[in-house]
Design a protein around this ligand. Structure first.
Ligand SMILES: Nc1ncnc2c1ncn2[C@@H]1O[C@H](COP(=O)(O)OP(=O)(O)OP(=O)(O)O)[C@@H](O)[C@H]1O
Ligand SMILES: [Mg+2]
Length: 282
């Protein structure tokens, strides 16, 4: 197991009148190479959970184990911060440098690496997010499209060479092509072996990419499993205030009306194929 959260609770401003319990008794194990989607309604604790994983917050109760070592006891949180890269929500608001290359170079420069190594990392990480160095390096980050800005922000984290990549709502607010571009890039990173955790509001988009979904509700993990198993709990998900993927909802409705469709097909294309096959059969 790569990371294990054991009975983790987190309270903001404990022992004050503003005390707010954000997470309660979280048990979550993350294996090397997994691609996990973390979903839940507003205020359910998603951002708090990913900040705990990246050690920006420290549990009020319980412990977090990274590769067998307890964070804060056996291993310094600062070491974990280098291993776990967190891309904040709306990361483009943190772009600041005059050029894309300088922005991506910021983190590695702070690590005190040589300019040669910094340049290598900038080229590599821009390449990983599909932005050609020659075309983008000298542009102003502010001249880019929304999707490109997100990709630059992701490249900035990748340039730190993290072991685990966590993204807090990386596709929120992007149009279809922006979302597809960012998701395909993340998917590719995962295929190349990176462990990825993606926080999302809209399940439609991540359903066909992730291999596992954990659902938060009021600070607790209420479901955790394969996407098709989680999304088949349609009524429960709606009860806690989440939308199920529209494809799943449509397939379920068809099945209820006697069409022979399996609700395994999460993406748009598989859903279309399943519907066409079922209609032909009738
Ligand atoms: N800095 C803070 N101080 C006090 N309470 C906070 C703070 N940040 C979050 N909270 C509270 O903790 C709970 C969980 O918040 P969190 O931001 O983790 O939820 P979330 O699932 O990321 O929500 P969203 O989908 O809106 O981003 C909420 O009740 C929130 O009001
Ligand atoms: Mg959040």
């Amino acid at each position: 197991m790569l990371i294990e959260m054991m009975n983790v609770s987190f309270t903001y401003m404990p022992n004050t009148s503003l005390e707010q319990l954000a997470l309660q008794s979280i048990n979550l194990g993350i294996d090397e190479g997994e691609f996990i989607g973390l979903i839940g309604p507003t205020g359910s604790g998603k951002s708090t959970l990913v900040q705990l994983l990246s050690t920006l917050l420290i549990p009020t109760e319980g412990k977090i184990i990274f590769e067998g070592q307890e964070i804060g006891k056996d291993i310094d949180p600062r070491i974990i911060r280098k291993e776990v890269g967190l891309v904040f929500q709306f990361p483009e608001s943190q772009l600041f440098a005059e050029t894309v290359a300088d922005d991506v170079a910021f983190g590695p420069r702070n690590l005190g690496l040589s300019e040669e190594e910094v340049d290598l990392r900038v080229r590599d990480s821009l390449g990983s997010v599909g932005l050609a160095y020659e075309r983008y390096a000298d542009r102003s980050p502010f001249s880019l499209s929304g999707g490109e800005k997100r990709l630059v922000a992701i490249a900035g984290i990748l340039a730190m060479k993290p072991h685990v990549l966590i993204l807090d709502e990386p596709i929120t607010g992007l149009d279809y092509w922006g979302r597809t571009r960012v998701l395909r890039c993340i998917d590719e990173l995962n295929r190349n072996g990176m462990t990825v955790i993606i926080v999302a509001h809209d399940m439609d988009e991540i359903a066909e990419y992730v291999d596992r979904v954990a659902v938060l509700s009021e600070g607790q993990i209420v479901l955790d499993g394969r996407p098709k198993d989680v999304f088949s709990q349609i009524d429960y998900l709606k009860d806690i205030g989440l939308d199920v993927p529209k494809t799943v909802e449509l397939l379920m409705k068809l099945r209820d009306r006697g069409f022979n469709v399996t609700v395994e097909s999460l993406g748009m294309q598989p859903a279309i194929s399943a519907i066409l096959a079922a209609v032909k059969e009738k």
